[in-house]
Design a binder for this molecule. Structure first.
Ligand code: FAD
Length: 452
């Protein structure tokens, strides 16, 4: 990491300004620590509380007010592009400076309580952050699966459509099919219908029996039951079909129709927009770089949200897809613990454990069915960055072989899209945690940036 650039020191650096990061920053700052919250977005809120200036959703308002009151410093429109542990105690007791944490772990080193260095790049240029503790709250992204036609214009992510709506895009008059899995399908279909889109069908791949059992169990969670009912009863949300999934999308210049399977039969539906997404996957790049242990595709944490790396805590979707309530509770626990005051988070621990139980039921209900592995044909693109088709891959390969032979996952998105897909299809892990984490200027990386 480059020397000679602006350095900001803090007790706790929180990476990610969604519900988990906001709660972590609040807890640590209210405990009297110097806190810096960094987020790529233009304002705190993350995915669920993404909003335009002055239009924060009701649930976010008290947390955002508390964040602004607590004294935490904010860096928005700023990405953490590299991480480094400043000092590492190796087995010999020798201290080593300036190696990437992942290298240190590979060499058997263990991070000490010395500062962790982060390289941030934002509108104000590059900045080095030295933090006594780091809370990773980097959230999740959508899980896409390849099927014929999924790269046609007019095929978008369910969350992508939601983000477009929140930024003011109108889908009024468009005929929309939503096909994929998970609870996100419902609020997005309701939001699209509210703004004048015509919902043709909401196709949920999970079997009707499982979805029914899940819905029946919601009486234990009255708030969530009301929420689900509100989305389902919203005017114009179209038929919801469980046990139904997309087979292919067709169109000349853009999507014109999709085939979905409904109760074993194929139905062709004309549409202008297909929103697809098969749940969420945690964002793990920074955790990988720091050398945090992973379990079941998420960061492994203990009761206090501590990761396997000293000085690094993790909260929210990066520890496993758990929803907003789990993110808030985990964030508060992580922030209080990183500040050295875990007792402040006692009530949040109970809320977290409850939210985690709910998250496990969600995961079991919306587990992906094996039939989805057969959607793509030989010609279906799987890696858009490197233009790799499914037919170029051999299931008997390892992920490393696939990368070497085809360059899959080695383009600009660094396997963020195809990585989860090939993990589901072939069990490969393509994502490696390479720096810079996102696109960064050479100046930021060398410390010679001139951002005027
Ligand atoms: C596309 C999408 C749409 C969703 N919509 C809904 C919904 O409508 N309803 C619902 O209940 N749940 C929704 N969810 C789930 C919801 O996001 C989570 O339950 C909740 O927001 C998790 O909070 P979090 O703080 O863990 O993560 P997030 O809210 O995802 O926040 C993570 C933050 O980390 C930041 N970040 C990541 N990497 C870096 C980096 N290197 N440098 C700086 N900042 C970084 C991101 O910019 C982001 O703001 C959605 C999830 C996704 C991915």
């Amino acid at each position: 990491m480059a020397e000679g650039m602006v350095v900001t020191r803090c007790d706790v650096a929180v990476i990610g300004g969604g519900p988990a990061g906001i709660a972590a920053a609040v807890a640590a700052a209210e405990a009297g620590r110097r806190v810096l919250l960094v987020d790529e977005g233009p304002r705190p809120g993350g995915q669920i509380w993404r909003h335009r200036e002055g239009e924060a959703p009701a649930a976010a308002v008290p947390w955002l007010a508390r964040l602004h009151r607590c004294g935490a410093e904010l860096r928005t429109s700023t990405a953490i592009v590299d991480v480094e542990v400043a000092r590492v105690e190796q087995a010999s007791g020798e201290h080593v400076s300036g190696k990437h944490a992942s290298e240190e772990h590979a060499s058997g080193g263990r991070a000490s309580s010395a500062p962790i260095r982060l390289l941030a790049e934002g509108q104000g240029g590059a900045e080095r952050i030295e933090a006594g503790a780091v809370v990773l709250a980097t959230g999740a992204r959508e899980h896409f699966l390849p099927f014929p036609g999924w790269t046609l214009p007019g095929v978008v992510g369910v969350g992508g459509a939601q983000a477009l709506l929140k930024s003011g895009t109108s889908f009024s008059g468009r005929r929309v099919v939503l096909a994929g899995s998970g609870p996100l399908l419902l609020p997005v279909s309701a939001a699209l219908a509210r703004t004048g889109a015509s919902i043709q069908v909401v196709a949920e791949q999970a079997p009707a029996r499982r979805v029914g059992a899940f819905a029946a169990g919601l009486w234990r969670e009255p708030r969530r039951l009301l929420e689900a009912a509100r989305y389902r009863l919203a005017a114009g949300t179209g038929p919801y079909r469980a046990g139904s999934w997309v087979l292919r999308a067709r169109g000349r210049d853009r999507v014109e129709e999709v085939d979905v399977t409904v109760r074993g039969r194929t139905r062709t539906i004309s549409c202008d927009l297909l929103c697809t997404g098969f749940g969420l996957v945690p964002n793990l790049t920074l955790a990988r770089l720091l050398g945090c242990a992973l379990v079941d595709g998420a960061v492994q944490v203990d009761e206090l949200q501590r990761t396997s790396v000293d000085g690094v805590w993790c909260a929210g979707e990066a520890t496993g897809i758990g929803g907003m309530e789990a993110a808030l509770a985990e964030g508060f626990v992580a922030g209080a613990a990183a500040a050295g005051r875990p007792e402040l988070a006692a009530s949040f621990m109970r809320a977290r454990d409850r939210a985690r139980r709910f998250a496990r039921r969600l995961r079991d209900t919306f587990a992906l069915r094996p039939e989805l592995k057969a959607l793509a044909d030989e010609a279906t693109t799987i890696c858009r960055c490197e233009d790799v088709a499914c037919g170029a891959l051999r299931p008997e390969w390892s992920g490393r072989q696939a990368k070497l032979y085809t360059r899959i996952g080695m383009g600009p998105c660094q396997a963020r899209v195809c990585g989860p897909a090939v993990h589901f299809l072939y069990g490969w892990t393509l994502e490696s945690g390479r720096t810079p984490v996102t696109v960064a200027t050479v100046g930021a990386l060398t410390g010679e940036a001139d951002h005027e």
